[in-house]
Design a protein. Structure first.
Length: 447
């Protein structure tokens, strides 16, 4: 009987949404609630557990009617203003079951060198808030819209309930103007008040080139903490959560291990109950060979690291250096995924990479080098106590010439019963750079 009820509901949904014909719009009854209103059926998502890690809460969602969101997603501002996960995110911030949109503009208006005291704060744009509603449409949130300044260059949005009020908060991590002198900027949090509004908190005493981070319960006290890495300037931070107050601290993380680390995730990789820190960035270190110029003869000796958690902090902890890329000049780490591809009870580490400029003339224009060009996938398998590069065992096509990959997500995006891994390029308006693999027989098969 239940099967026939589901069939009737599905037919009713199809009749009310005739324009939705693609596989990506099929209804998944496991995570969707249908609400009958006077004018339409509403597909309501279950409220996530906002106490999960930012890695678990991150999702990639582009509405088909993305153009209705104005300047956030349709590049009205020009350039790459709406980069998903960097400065724009889709999240149900008011717990009504509809996905909303929050985002601001990254200002790439020019790439010129500035004086040593330049921070670029005049480039900050207002943060826009759009509330999702019936049928997937959006409307401006008059309470929160344009009430807060964004970042000079938003680099990652971390989701989580940091003040334990049952609503999601947003930590905005940024690195400032992306050119000399790379002074960086301060991070920001939008803390929900539980009544539909947000409070903005700026961490102005901690300015640096923050490029990656994640949130999770680092000290095992039942709330979410945050790690923010700054590429090795000695200002990587642990934001310790004390009763909903995020208190940044430079002494809770080994700064020496953060050298050239620009991206991070928190994940209990060894399943011991303590969350671990996985970081990566530039696989090389400048000027290690005294017989060469500072930009010559560098070696890949700065590969990603796992710093194993102890439920306290990331000081004097055990750590493991991971293998460098097996593809020449793909020494920049951009993202981490974790998935048990071969179903052996131990997750593989899936690393996305892009081109580096190692041993290239330092006077070359940035757009004439290999820097951030192309993409590659590296897959590491735990063998004994070490992770080994097993890329070819787990993926058929693991490099390409499309745009570098910002973030990835693994889920059944088209509800066909098969998991996919895909990137953040918009599938509706950027098919040339949208990438997708299906997980079939323990392997990633490119579509």
């Amino acid at each position: 009987m239940k099967k026939y009820i589901y069939l009737i509901l599905l037919l009713m949904v199809i009749s009310c949404n005739k324009e939705k014909t693609s596989d990506s719009n099929l209804i998944n009854f496991e995570d969707t609630v249908l609400e009958n209103t006077s004018d339409c059926f509403i597909e309501k998502k279950e409220i996530p557990d906002w106490q999960n890690t930012s890695y678990e809460l991150f999702d990639i969602y582009y509405p088909e009617n993305y153009q209705d969101l104005g300047a956030l997603l349709n590049n009205q501002w020009g350039g790459e203003s709406g980069e998903y996960g960097l400065n724009v995110i889709s999240v149900d911030y008011n717990n009504d079951g509809y996905l909303d949109i929050i985002g601001s503009y990254n200002d790439y208006s020019n790439f010129i060198d500035y004086p040593s005291d330049y921070y670029g704060y005049e480039r900050k744009q207002l943060i826009r808030f759009y509330k999702g509603s019936c049928g997937g449409s959006f409307e401006v949130d008059n309470i929160n819209d344009s009430a807060f300044l964004g970042l000079v260059h938003g680099r990652k949005i971390l989701l989580g309930d940091y003040n334990n009020d049952g609503f999601v908060d947003l930590f905005l991590l940024g690195h400032g103007y992306d050119k000399q002198p790379f002074n960086g900027e301060f991070n920001k949090v939008l803390m929900s008040d539980g009544n539909g509004s947000f409070n903005g908190i700026d961490y102005q005493s901690f300015e640096s080139f923050y490029h990656g981070g994640a949130s999770g319960d680092i000290d095992n006290d039942g709330d979410l903490d945050i790690v923010a890495v700054d590429g090795g300037r000695g200002k990587s931070l642990i934001f310790q959560n004390n009763n909903g107050q995020l208190q940044p601290n430079e002494t809770l993380i080994d700064q020496n291990l953060m050298n050239q680390m620009y991206n991070a995730e928190l994940f209990d990789i060894n399943d011991d109950g303590f969350i671990d820190l996985i970081v990566g960035g530039h696989d090389w270190s400048w000027g290690q060979n005294p017989d060469c110029q500072w930009w010559e003869c560098n070696t890949y000796d700065n590969a990603p690291i796992i710093i194993y958690g102890d439920g306290v902090d990331f000081i004097d902890n055990e750590f493991l250096r991971l293998p460098a890329s097996g593809i020449d000049k793909q020494g920049i780490v951009t993202n981490f995924e974790f998935f048990d591809l071969n179903n052996d009870g131990q997750v593989e580490i899936i690393i996305t990479r892009t081109g580096d400029n190692m041993n290239e003339e330092p006077t070359s224009n940035w757009d004439q080098t290999n820097f951030y060009k192309n993409w590659s996938i590296q897959i590491l398998e735990l063998v004994g106590k070490n992770y080994l590069d097993a890329t070819s065992n787990f993926i058929d096509i693991y490099s390409g010439s499309e745009l570098w990959i910002r973030f990835t997500k693994i889920k059944d995006i088209d509800n066909d019963g098969v998991l996919e891994m895909y990137n953040t390029s918009n599938p509706y308006n950027d098919q040339n750079n949208y990438l997708e693999w299906k997980i079939i027989g323990g392997r990633l098969i490119k579509q």
